[in-house]
Design a protein. Sequence first.
Length: 199
Amino acid sequence: MKASIIGVGSILPNEGENSINDFALTNYPVAPKTYLDRASALALGAAGLALQNANLSGPFDEEFGLVIATKFGCVETMRVFENTISEKGVKSASPLMFSHSYFNSPAALIAIEWGLRGYHAPLVGENSGFEALELAKNTIELGYAKRILVGVFEALSIGRNFAEEENGKEGAVFFVLEASEEESDWEEAKHLIQQISTT
């Protein structure tokens, strides 16, 4: 069994830019939320576009999995949460903010949003977007899932300033992969992932 791409969703900066100035999650097929880190919002938006592009709406069964990738995750929420503790003490820190500060918080939000109950894997690191795509392909080829929603996301924020990046970017790209007799050409998918890779 092979894997093919049946849906693509991306939220990317305009050519020559690193940030997305006009992003609002209300413009995407996602239910309203009380609070979201910008990284989670970008991930939800692109995931929604990919599922919409594949003509899928959920909820899904245990054979539909999720793989996400990021280098920085929800670092801005983590920064605000830790600053609150430092300045005002533990009792002033919001449990809601804490739950949104993890690298895998967007995975939980996406799984809840569309009822994804299958194989889950969050990847973190420099080349995690490319690794996530490969992992999603392997998961289908080995028979652990029939479909996988796989994506990479990053958000620019004050918290990322400490990373001293030369060319920090933000955006999100998600793909819906499905078990198939024919394999997709993965070069275009890799090109999209490359557009938000950081250095």
